[in-house]
Design a binder for this molecule. Structure first.
Ligand code: 13P
Length: 250
């Protein structure tokens, strides 16, 4: 059985003082321990997350990192900086990083390998644009992303990767993929993993859906066979909504 995993992606929201307040609220939530929960905060909030979430069972992580451990890479944070403070996750290849910061699959692949080498859990994002969906190219797009981003990821490491299917047209738009469409794409992603790593390993990889997940649609989405979790933007910024999302089973 794959453990459900619900992670908040705060994106570029919450100053340290705002983060401190929200994390204090999250700390006091009564969350289902059968569900893996986490928040990926802006880098500047990570130490606050570490402090506030200690002993709560809620994990924390970053939204990006560079693949090198240290050096002359102005503005970047490294995997060792993340592991040093106990971060668990790093979101990689989010569509906003691909689109606004021109990250390509080659770079994302280096980051995925580096994250795994350092014991971080990469949350690897993939997904098609509206144009690609309208041209029925969603599978081609996602397949090319997944194959390139997971190049040289070993059989030992693949089950540590979380994949997030995030159709770009559903992000922050209030439009959710129908639960059947989301399930179909997550199943398709699993079949790509199966082709490369075999059935047993593909059954272990957790695949999240992301794109306007809210308390009112999480139950239906999580009820689908191939959807093992959610990567949540907007709705993760309110403690009570985050609670409803993690407690979808209650
Ligand atoms: P929203 O939940 O705000 O649509 O964002 C989804 C997302 O991009 C999570 O990474």
């Amino acid at each position: 059985m794959r453990k459900p995993v619900i992670v908040g992606n705060w994106k570029m929201n919450k100053t340290v003082s705002e983060a401190s307040q929200l994390l204090e609220e999250i700390k006091n939530l009564d969350l289902d321990s059968e569900v893996e929960a986490g928040v990926c905060t802006p880098a500047i909030d990570l130490l606050v997350a570490k402090e506030k979430l200690e002993d709560t069972g809620v994990n924390f992580g970053a939204q990006n990192m560079y693949f090198e451990e240290s050096g002359a890479f102005t503005g970047e944070i490294s995997p060792t900086m993340l592991t040093d403070i106990g971060a668990k996750y790093v979101i990689l290849g989010h569509s906003e990083r691909r689109e606004y910061f021109k990250e390509d699959d080659e770079l994302i692949n280096k980051k995925v390998i580096s994250a795994l080498d350092h014991g971080l859990t990469p949350i690897l994002c993939c997904g098609e644009s509206l144009e690609e969906r309208e041209a029925d190219k969603q599978e081609d797009k996602v397949k090319s992303q997944i194959e390139a981003d997971l190049k040289d990821v070993s059989s030992e490491d693949i089950e540590k990767v979380i994949i997030a299917y995030e159709p770009i047209w559903a992000i922050g738009t209030g439009k959710t993929a129908s639960s059947d469409d989301a399930d179909k794409m997550c199943g398709f992603i699993r079949s790509i993993i199966e082709d490369k790593y075999g059935t047993d390993l593909s059954e272990k990889v957790r695949i999240q859906y992301g794109g306007s997940v809210k308390p009112n649609n999480v139950v239906e989405l999580m009820g689908k066979e191939n959807i093992d979790g959610a990567l949540v933007g907007g709705a993760s910024l309110k403690a009570s909504d985050f609670e409803s999302l993690v407690n979808f089973n209650k």
